[in-house]
Ligand binder design. Structure first.
Ligand code: GDP
Ligand code: MG
Length: 620
């Protein structure tokens, strides 16, 4: 059987857990507030109307600062938790977790000090609540919120806005539909002037969640009584009015204890000629029971919506946790493992880009199929093998003795000169592929979801990959330049042997002397043109060869290496790192880390709450 205590106690525990996470409603919390979904009781009334006194007598302990003037200057969220009989009573503050207060006068002192800590020793107020839990066998399970009293004018030392500030602060609590309002009005003032009733009527016009509490019955003018109010004739509420007699300031000064005070209150009603007939429905003990019973029925009615809110929150939190990723391990071995896993995840994406599955690898083929042939075609062989240049190079090679048959030296120089031009396109192919690979690294790093959490590791991997690509590029350049150099180091003999021999057409030697000079000119021109065209076809042959071998070298030195050992060097380095350095690599975005911790705590709270609600709901 779920008792009243267990239900309210359950809500109390959830509320306390919410509080520990800094969630006490208020709206500026990023999480949908579970707190707001749970019922609570707020004490509202004019200054010195007796709010703190009522709270104390409900609790049955002296622990609140009381007196005239503005004493309560921050909201006090008071959670009462009933414990087993015989257990020692103690109190705990939200701002001092794990410190148990057993002396309630020290509790009062701490409330004062904690108030001053935020507001200073002034008459200022602050909306930041103080959280206090009381564990005692003598309390009922309740969450009560003591609020600063409503006032009408700012007094010396207070800003003009204070009247409105207090009202606004109180309103944020009482306007929540789950807030039960304990509207405190002193009996020695006309109920028509009650600040409590005025505000309560505004936020709860039907009076469904407002409990009217009339204090200071003992201070009424002789010959008057409050029966019109207590019997609901002055101001109708759905809930019954409760009259209270708290300790006077003189009692407090004389240290009249709570037990004596309660006894005196009981006696007051039992013996009162005016209220005797209402005695069983008056007093703070009755008010506590009434509130408890009301809360229980509210909670029962709310359980389905609370459960669905909790389930919805759990769902949201779990999907957020998935998104944020698992927390990282703390030992070096596990961290190394995580880093290697992340490297592999990146490497896998990079490979997909190269091999297909993801776009980009085709650009490398584009270099071989378009850029390289186009660059080869553009080489300035026409100029190099123009008759003028051929004549110049050959003559220079001949020196003072012109060649007799074939200009061996001239051919060599022309060919070597032409071959030099191939270095440009060869190196340009290497660079072009390098930039494609670099771009693929950049894209892969960006596309690797797992890495997003770890900005340091992300940039370290990118740097390591680029460094490796740089090394591959150097190697590749050396290799393609070597291919070109190899072409000049040994010429293909067969090519020249197969060339048709120049037929000496000396012609008619007896020809006119006048013609001889032009004949020789014509001969020389044809001779050099033939040399140029021979060299040109040799160069074309070499060009065809290089068009095929440069891509092979580039793939061998850069692409294949990138595919197989992009991070190899990094792996050997990382293996040597110390725990601290590994942890540094895995340092997450701090905001993200904080968020995960927050989410995890909340998830735990909500799951626990769900289990508890389930067990209570089953027990019913
Ligand atoms: P709050 O400002 O609304 O929290 O009011 P307090 O609880 O601090 O009470 C203000 C003053 O009124 C204190 O001196 C109390 O002793 C006194 N007081 C409160 N309730 C009663 C009551 O029912 N009878 C008498 N005689 N004095 C009361
Ligand atoms: Mg007070």
């Amino acid at each position: 059987m779920a008792t009243m205590e267990s239900l309210i106690g359950l809500v109390n525990r959830i509320q306390r857990a919410c509080t520990a996470l800094g969630d006490y409603g208020g709206g500026d919390n990023a999480f949908s507030s579970l707190w707001d979904a749970l019922p609570s009781v707020a004490v509202v009334g004019g200054q010195s109307s007796g709010k703190s006194s009522v709270l104390e007598s409900i609790v049955g302990r002296d622990f609140l600062p009381r007196g005239s003037g503005i004493v309560t200057r921050r909201p006090l969220v008071l959670q009462l938790q009933k414990t087993e009989d015989g257990q020692q009573e103690y109190a705990e503050f939200g701002h001092l977790p794990r410190r148990r207060f057993t002396d309630f006068s020290v509790v009062r002192k701490e409330i004062q000090d904690e108030t001053d800590r935020i507001t200073g020793k002034t008459k200022q107020i602050s909306p930041v609540p103080i959280h206090l839990s009381i564990y005692s066998p003598y309390v009922v399970n309740l969450t009560l919120i003591d609020l600063p009293g409503l006032t009408k004018v700012a007094i010396e030392g207070q800003p003009e806005s204070i009247v409105q500030d207090i009202e606004n602060m109180v309103r944020t609590y009482v306007e929540k539909p789950n807030c039960v309002i304990l509207a405190i009005s002193p009996a020695n003032q006309d109920i028509a002037t009650s600040d409590a009733i005025k505000l309560a009527r505004e936020v709860d016009p039907q009076g469904e969640r407002t409990f009217g509490v009339l204090t200071k019955l003992d201070l009424m003018d002789k010959g008057t009584n409050a029966l019109d109010v207590l019997e609901g004739r002055s101001y109708r509420l759905q809930q019954p009015w409760v009259g209270i007699v708290n300790r006077s300031q003189a009692d407090i000064n004389k240290n009249v204890d709570m037990i004596a005070a309660r006894r005196r209150e009981r006696e007051y009603f039992a013996t009162s000629p005016d209220y005797g007939h209402l005695a069983s429905k008056m007093g703070s003990e009755y008010l506590a029971k009434l509130l408890s019973r009301h809360l229980e029925s509210v909670i029962k009615a709310r359980i389905p919506s609370i459960t669905s809110l909790i389930n919805k929150s759990i769902e949201e939190l779990e999907s957020e946790m998935d998104h944020l990723g698992r927390p990282i391990a703390v030992d070096a071995g596990a961290q190394l493992y995580t880093i290697l896993e992340l490297c592999r995840a990146f490497d896998k994406i990079f490979k997909e880009h190269l091999e297909g599955g993801r776009p980009g690898g085709d650009q490398i083929y584009g270099v071989f199929d378009n850029k390289l042939p186009a660059a080869l075609k553009k080489l300035p062989f026409d100029r190099h093998l123009s008759i003028q240049n051929v004549r110049k190079v050959v003559s220079e090679a001949d020196g003072y003795q012109p060649h007799l048959i074939a200009p061996e030296q001239g051919y060599r120089r022309l060919i070597e000169g032409a071959l030099n031009y191939f270095r440009g396109p060869a190196e340009a192919s290497v660079d072009a592929v390098h930039f494609v690979l670099k771009e693929l690294v950049r894209r892969s790093v960006g596309e690797c979801q797992e890495l997003k959490r770890f900005p340091s590791l992300q940039s370290t991997i990118a740097a390591a990959a680029n460094e490796a690509l740089e090394r591959f590029r150097e190697e590749s350049k050396k290799t393609v330049v070597r291919l070109v150099d190899m072409e000049s180091s040994y010429l293909t003999v067969d090519f020249f042997r197969r060339l048709p021999q120049e037929v000496e057409k000396a012609g008619n030697v007896a020809g006119a002397n006048a013609a001889a000079a032009t004949n020789i000119d014509r001969y020389a021109e044809g001779h050099f043109r033939r040399i140029g065209s021979n060299v040109s076809s040799y160069i074309s042959m070499v060009s065809e060869t290089l068009k095929n071998t440069i891509p092979k070298a580039v793939v061998y030195c850069q692409v294949k290496e990138a595919k197989q050992c992009l991070l190899n060097h990094f792996y050997t380095q990382i293996g040597k790192r110390e725990g601290k350095q590994l942890a540094d690599l895995l340092d997450e975005d701090p905001a993200l880390m904080e968020r995960r911790v927050e989410c995890a705590k909340r998830l735990e709270l909500y799951k626990k709450a769900r289990d508890e609600i389930d067990s209570v709901a089953w027990a019913r």
